[in-house]
Design a protein around this ligand. Structure first.
Ligand SMILES: [Fe+2]
Length: 267
């Protein structure tokens, strides 16, 4: 079961916060008042924060903070509405994500978290044996090219052709392990992604699809999920080794605005 540790914004002990994150996978800081400067500083406790791409999604004056909302034209819209770990498409995926809630809808718009360490432990031994040491294929270039074409056609992202080309040039098709070890603790966790992960290496497509559906079923079993209902001032910090997550769309007219920072893992 995923445990959530509430700590206050007054917690200024970097080593303690890092240790809590390793243990719990998700930290919930209530009433965070540090603003964009505080968020940037906190992100730096976990490594060097990533510069946000495309630039139009940056919080003005804060290149490492991404503005996200369900308001058309305000930052990145409608991202992450599928089970994923952040940055799975990048050569070095995201290790830590920080998400600060600026505006929250009265209902809906939650973020769901699945505990991937517990999921790994809950797998049938025969399934665990099949996936230990096995990789899956992430055809990132093909998927990104298609979604950029769709985003351009729908005008949801205003990226110049040069920006699109440079982003695509950075992407590689990658093979990632289905089971990863958290570098600090050595703890094993399942590693999945509903958008980028397409097939399992060494299994034919039909068998791979059956295996994936069993893995997702185990990972998203209700007893291993945490549903975060957002309140203004919430700051969630999560370890992408320990959990995967999914955004629930905002229903009706409510507004949801968040600022996000990510820190890449170790290659
Ligand atoms: Fe995400």
């Amino acid at each position: 079961m995923l445990r959530l540790e509430a700590v206050t914004a007054a917690t200024r002990d970097r080593d303690r916060v890092r240790a809590l994150l390793r243990r719990h996978g998700v930290l919930h800081l209530t009433g965070f008042t540090g603003g964009d400067g505080g968020l940037t500083e906190l992100a730096g406790w976990f490594g060097r924060p990533d510069v946000v791409f495309p630039r139009e999604h940056q919080v003005p004056g804060r290149p490492v903070l991404r503005l996200q909302s369900n308001v058309p034209g305000l930052g990145a819209n409608a991202g992450g509405q599928y089970w994923h770990a952040d940055g799975s498409y990048a050569e070095v995926p995201t290790e830590v994500t920080l998400l600060h809630c600026i505006e929250a809808p009265a209902a809906s718009g939650e973020t769901l978290f699945a505990d991937m360490r517990a999921a790994y432990r809950a797998l049938d031994p025969e399934l665990r044996e099949l996936i230990d040491g096995r990789t899956a294929f992430y055809p990132c270039r093909r998927i990104a090219a298609r979604s950029m074409a769709v985003a351009s056609a729908m005008k949801t992202v205003r990226m110049s052709p040069e920006e699109q080309r440079s982003k695509l040039a950075e992407l590689r098709d990658v093979h990632r392990p289905l089971v990863r070890e958290q570098p600090d603790t050595g703890e094993r966790a399942l590693h999945l992604n509903e958008r980028w992960l397409r097939t399992i290496d060494g299994l034919d497509e039909a068998r791979g699809a059956r295996v994936l559906s069993r893995l997702y079923a185990t990972a998203t079993a209700p007893q291993r999920l945490y549903r975060h209902r957002w309140t203004v001032g919430d700051l969630l910090i999560w370890d992408n080794y320990a959990v995967m997550h999914k955004a629930v769309p905002v229903a009706g007219a409510g507004r949801k605005v968040t600022h996000r920072a990510t820190v890449a893992g170790r290659p």
